[in-house]
Write a protein that binds this ligand. Structure first.
Ligand code: HEC
Length: 424
């Protein structure tokens, strides 16, 4: 099984843990009690200690009708998952935030980069270790309502017809050429994505093409086969920047106030949808909801910091690639508001830093192709005029028998961080 099929592997893992379990030995559980800064109560119970954590950080996806494959929204559902919950939270793979938001390398807004405190991780571990007791049901808080949709929608971008992903594949990454939301230039200031069928829709990226030449390229790609859209595992297949980046469970995203990303008037866009067929193939018509403004105080740009010259030798557990990019000096002093990392399926870790001060801008330890989106800082990083940003990507090529190079296909690799930058 290749790494990009990990969704089904995880699902199998989750199912394996669905059988009722006795009190759990839990190495992972023991491990993290030490991480805790505050003292834990001697009897950790679902109703008093665990449900508040799960309702805040997990239940938006792990609920009936949610995008996760099982619910954690009540004691009966959560109890058999206690060991897996402790393990995935200690490993920082759940909630699925790719960037390190522990405070060791910047602080991110919790809406875009949800992160458990060490104390919360230790609470889940202790609960699993103690046999996952319920406690007094009367003390269980109410399950919060599902997350709200995007307010003040100014445009909806939609595939022109429903699309049936290929049932013979585990993953299909398909691009659809869609109409511009307006005949005049507009700025995206906020967005959300409504998956047509959440059982198959994984991440979604709306690409704004750099030029009209790109429209010709993607239109030709689209005409290659009889099905709607075209295969596009690595990106739009033409020079473009992501204006919307979304992964399942992603709440509506507001770009920092006063900023926005330009969408050229009348120019077609490319909607990339990652379909995953773990639950089967179902027809989908995904929509992107946009908040648009005719002008913004500071125009945002997605600056790609990449290592493009990839030649990754096979059969190695840690191959490092490095790249850099100077912020256009014409911007003068600038601000970095957030990051959207991107690799394919061999990626493991990634770091971004500022050349002038060696300051850490982003640290990431558990790359997962399924959860890529835009992570916004709590406060922007100030950049000198013409600041250079350095990116390092780590890859595990042990599953490969030949050299891996840069490219758009899933068997190729990429190493990019899109930095959301404005003038200061
Ligand atoms: C943004 C949505 C989302 C949130 C929030 C979320 N999960 Fe998940 N979780 C998923 C999905 C989807 C899967 C299925 C596997 C996958 O896609 O990675 C999953 C799988 C799991 C699994 C089984 C696989 C594994 O990694 O062990 C566990 C256990 C789990 N989640 C626990 C949690 C806990 C505990 C929290 C909160 C602390 C949480 N999840 C928050 C979406 C979410």
């Amino acid at each position: 099984m290749t790494k990009h099929l990990s969704l089904s592997a995880l699902f199998a893992f989750a199912l394996a843990h669905c059988a009722p379990v006795a009190p759990l030995p839990g190495d992972a559980a023991a491990l993290d009690v030490a991480q805790s800064d505050a003292a834990l109560p001697s009897n950790v119970t679902w109703s008093e200690h665990v449900a508040p954590i799960v309702f805040e950080h997990c239940a938006s996806c792990h609920r009936a009708g949610g995008i996760a494959p099982f619910s954690l929204s009540n004691y009966q559902a959560a109890r058999p998952m206690a060991a897996a919950m402790a393990a995935s939270s200690a490993a920082r793979t759940m909630p699925p935030t790719l960037v390190d938001n522990s405070g060791a390398c910047n602080a991110y807004d919790h809406q875009t980069a949800d992160w458990l405190s060490n104390n919360e991780v230790a609470t889940l571990a202790a609960w699993a270790q103690q046999g996952a007791p319920e406690g007094d049901p009367a003390r269980t808080p109410a399950l919060p309502p599902p997350p709200m949709g995007l307010a003040n929608v100014s445009a909806r971008i939609e595939m022109s017809a429903p699309f049936l992903p290929d049932a013979t594949r585990m993953d299909e990454i398909r691009c659809f050429v869609v109409d511009a939301p307006s005949a005049t230039d507009q700025f995206v200031t906020g967005y959300s994505v409504e998956p047509g069928d959440p059982r198959v829709v994984h991440h979604v990226i709306l690409y704004a093409l750099d030029s009209e030449a790109g429209v010709a390229t993607v239109t030709a790609e689209d005409a290659r086969d009889a099905r709607a859209g075209y295969d596009c595992p690595g990106g739009a297949m033409a020079p473009a920047y992501p204006a919307v980046l979304w992964a399942p469970g992603g709440p509506p995203t507001a770009l920092p106030s006063g900023t926005g990303l330009r969408i050229a008037g009348g120019r077609k866009l490319v909607l990339q949808v990652h379909y995953n067929m773990q639950q089967g193939a179902f027809e989908d018509r995904t929509r992107v909801l946009l908040q648009l403004a005719p002008r913004v105080e500071r125009e945002g740009r997605m600056v790609a910091i990449a290592a493009t010259n990839l030649r990754l030798p096979p059969r190695m557990t840690d191959v490092v690639a490095q790249g850099s990019r100077a912020i256009p000096a014409s911007l003068g002093r600038s601000r970095l508001w957030g990051v959207a990392p991107h690799m394919h399926t061999l990626g493991t870790d990634m770091q971004l830093s500022l050349r002038s001060s060696s300051r850490c801008a982003m640290d990431l330890h558990h790359w997962n192709f399924h959860w890529q989106r835009l992570f916004l800082y709590s406060a922007p990083l100030d950049l000198n005029a013409g600041e250079t940003l350095d990116v390092r990507c780590h890859f595990d090529t042990s599953s490969k028998n030949e050299v891996t190079t840069w490219g758009e296909s899933t068997t190729d690799e990429m190493c990019i961080v899109y930095g959301y930058v404005t003038s200061a």
